[in-house]
Design a binder for this molecule. Sequence first.
Ligand SMILES: C[S@@+](CC[C@H](N)C(=O)[O-])C[C@H]1O[C@@H](n2cnc3c(N)ncnc32)[C@H](O)[C@@H]1O
Length: 452
Amino acid sequence: MIKQDDIVDIKIEKPVYEGKGLAHIEGKAVFVKGVLPDELVRIRLFRIHKNYIEGKLIEILTPSKYRIKPICPYNKPCGACDFGYINYDYQIELKENILSEIFKNFDVRFKPFIKSDDNKNYRIKAQFPTSETKNSKRVLIGYYKEKTHDITDIKFCPSQKPIMDEITNYIRENWKLGCYIEKTKKGLLRHILIKTSNKTGDILLTLVLNITEEEFSSIKKDIETFSDCITKKFKKIKGVLVNFNNQNTNKITGDKTVLINGENFIFEFLEDKKYKTGALSFFQINPKTAEKIFSSAKNLINKKGTLLDLYGGVGTIGIFMKDAATKITLIEENPEAIKFAKENFKLNEILKYEIFEGRADNIIQKIIKEKKTFDNIVIDPPRKGSDDITLSNISKMTNSLIYISCNPMTLKRDAETLIKLGFKFISLQGADMFPNTHHIECLAYFKKEGEE
Ligand SMILES: C[S@@+](CC[C@H](N)C(=O)[O-])C[C@H]1O[C@@H](n2cnc3c(N)ncnc32)[C@H](O)[C@@H]1O
């Protein structure tokens, strides 16, 4: 009979969601991180639950031929690239297998997986927490170590654009105004956000400070001096912003942001579409893969007509599909994204559009009262997926629904709801938006039964 902390040797059978390997002991499923199918591994039975066991890897006894030297020296302490030790083509094979496993009970056609052109330097955005060492007050900038709030000081990240490393290192060496200590809730610099354009290389830098807007006047001059220096050093920085967040919260940013110098936007391009995007509005992290997903999504539309872009951000997908739309309606809750969406519709010469600011479920409940219908709806919700109110109203408004998701588990839940609401799950395509991580982006297509 097995018990907690037993050491056992097991063979990994297959990958499951979150990139873990599945094996069995005494009929119980065991999940282990950092292992590959067919590997013989030594593990500690770290936690024994009623229906499954969590195992911790101790040693790989027979390594898989797909195991490579991790792409990053910080692979272990950082952990963000949890697939960084796997050959890239095999990462794709694993993601395809994981997706088919998650959706095995659905009657749906799987389309070929979309790979990322680049599996390095693809990220256009980084959000790093900052802190400092106790005695020497050395600045620390990086990601949290897994399940902790201890920062791994990352001087190099192969997933992001190299200039983001240079900016981070400059801040590490030149920031003299103190960093936030989570324990004491004291210290100034809490996070840095760097957002760049894949096409132009232009950059927005946001310093998240543990201070209120009122208190800011006392250090404004110092921040302006820092901002002048960093923009002189890095000509591609088009704007430096300060966000105020002195709340005891896990949220990275507070409600108020001010521009210190330059501009509060950069331009990104997907195919021939031009988008203004800001420091706090969402833009797809890997624009080249986003382009491929949106192009595949556009091909799903076989009747040009009215289009609802729900969870629309700065208008990215609706505008990308403008040739398939006679009028675009956008719903989005982030005020900054709404502001840029308005400008982006004009920039891309879209003549017929309407924009609603607010939560998807609230707005959709309002507009359904006007008996609005759409030839096509595209939704791209955050990780937690959509909700029953929104999905049920969508089902009354369209026969053709494109669902883009960054979380297969919430897509699965929403697909079950949509099927109950009368949609047929037509196709599912996986895509690699986040190489070297277990994350899988999905493009799903739903149609009403009986429709062509
Ligand atoms: C994954 S992003 C997609 C944005 C856009 N479609 C794109 O491709 O750039 C999700 C967007 O939904 C917005 N959002 C999140 N929850 C929302 C809600 N309940 N109602 C409306 N918008 C929401 C976020 O602000 C974000 O812009």
